[in-house]
Design a protein around this ligand. Structure first.
Ligand SMILES: [Zn+2]
Length: 161
């Protein structure tokens, strides 16, 4: 249940972080990257703030740079390095690049937003899907799905930020 990630152990939290990073770096746009930066602002410390104010093109470059550990190389820029291995995790995960190795084959194709909690979701991975008005809606966890199906706030359905 990823909504409660703060309670998860550091390694699986870092794995979630990397998967979300790969998801928005490969498939995201400015909106989903903003959600990512907001979600992990605490772990990214000042970097989240800094990245939010870059142009879209500059953000693209930093996120692409942060994906280099997937190919076994190091990011070239300081911002890319900090995005790939935030200091918050480095103090808690003994070898962050081993986690990258384990996630190297993860290749998401598109990204969706959970309308209940606004987490970014890989629609091909999550088992929590509901259909409303002929449209599939994706959730991060069972709790969000159940809230939605109990008549969750329709106002939250707007995927635009
Ligand atoms: Zn959720």
């Amino acid at each position: 249940m990823r909504c409660g990630i703060e309670n998860a152990d550091s390694r699986s939290f870092y794995e979630d972080y990397i998967r979300d990073l790969v998801l928005v770096a490969r498939c995201g746009n400015r909106d989903t990257r903003q959600l990512f930066l907001q979600r992990y602002a605490e772990q990214l410390c000042g970097l989240a703030n800094y990245l939010q104010f870059l142009t879209e093109r500059e953000q693209d470059l930093v996120f692409a740079d942060a994906l280099r550990p997937r190919e076994g190389s190091l990011p070239r820029s300081l911002a890319g390095t900090r995005l790939a291995t935030p200091a918050w995790f480095n103090r808690r995960v003994s070898n962050p690049f081993n986690v990258w190795k384990a996630e190297a084959s993860y290749c998401p194709e598109r990204v969706e937003i959970d309308p209940m909690c606004r987490m970014i979701v890989d629609p091909l991975e999550t088992p929590y899907v509901s259909r409303r008005n002929g449209v599939d809606v994706y959730f991060c966890c069972l709790t969000c799905l159940e809230q939605f199906e109990r008549g969750g706030n329709v106002a939250n359905l707007s995927l635009a930020s």
